[in-house]
Write a protein that binds this ligand. Structure first.
Ligand code: NAD
Length: 236
């Protein structure tokens, strides 16, 4: 069974129709319930099987839980989760209100909630999950927009740094990732000054030709991060 969000229109409806045509039992859902039911009707018209349990809001945990459990109950499990529903308000940083950013932030909730709630079913079926990203995630708007004004915009991505937040969490005695500190290629956890060194460089005139970059400050940790898969926390 394929669980697909956003089936009222566009890509979600197209996915529901195609998956059903390929023989999948489809459970759809959308805020626009009537249109999603119309998708279900179109599937039935072509001899497929689909169900649209009720209005779905993928940013609301209760709504996602109801949708997932009704879908699993109806067809005895879930094999595919296709998190396609979403809504964004795009725009330049100086022309859009915070409200639009806050609205778009819900995109994270919708993917996380759907995958999180459906996960136990996918574990049982050894199924698969499909999320939808965007080329927008590859752009570096601040750098592109800032360049004509002489504004440079860069990013720092620290690895494991010895701060109170890390000591209370990742480096805490019982935390499953604690052992990973031993695998940092440069042989130690980073210090706040390691990050500040990189920050000072990136804001300095020595970096006057650097914009839109992401500087990883991690002692080489990201080069061995797949080792994380060996950790029980990530395997179960
Ligand atoms: N259209 C594009 O060119 C494009 C490109 C890359 C990524 N995306 C991403 O794809 C996703 C969908 O975009 P689209 O262009 O297909 O939009 P769309 O409006 O055509 O379809 C989105 C569907 O999701 C539903 N939806 C929105 N919020 C919902 C919610 N909270 N709960 C349940 N259903 C909800 C809508 O009612 C609609 O049926 C967005 O996350 C968007 O960022 C779109």
């Amino acid at each position: 069974m394929a669980l697909i969000s956003g089936t009222a229109r566009g890509r979600g409806r197209a996915a529901a129709l195609r998956f059903a045509a390929e023989g999948a039992l489809v459970v759809g859902g959308d805020l626009l319930h009537e249109e999603a039911v119309e998708t279900q009707r179109l599937i039935a018209q072509k001899g497929g099987t689909a169900l649209t349990p009720g209005p779905l809001d993928v940013t609301d945990e209760d709504s996602v839980r109801t949708w997932v459990s009704e879908a699993a109950d109806a067809f005895g499990g879930i094999d595919i989760v296709y998190a396609d529903a979403g809504a964004v308000r795009f725009g330049a940083i100086d022309r859009r209100p915070y409200e639009d950013f806050a609205f778009t932030r819900a995109e994270l909730d919708s993917v996380w909630l759907t995958a999180h709630v459906a996960w136990p079913h996918l574990v049982r079926s050894r199924g698969c999950v499909l999320t939808v990203g965007s080329t927008a995630g590859l752009t570096r708007q601040l750098a592109a927009k800032g360049a004509p004004h002489g504004i440079r915009a860069n990013c720092i991505s620290p690895g494991m740094i010895d701060t109170k937040g890390t000591r209370d969490d990742l480096l805490a005695e019982e935390h499953p990732m604690r052992g990973h500190a031993e695998h940092i290629p440069l042989g130690r956890v980073g210090t706040p000054d390691d990050v500040v060194d990189a920050a000072l460089f990136l804001v300095s005139d020595e970096a006057s030709y650097i914009t839109g970059t992401n500087l990883v400050v991690d002692g080489g940790w990201s080069t061995v991060l797949p080792g994380t898969l060996a950790d029980k926390e990530f395997r179960t």
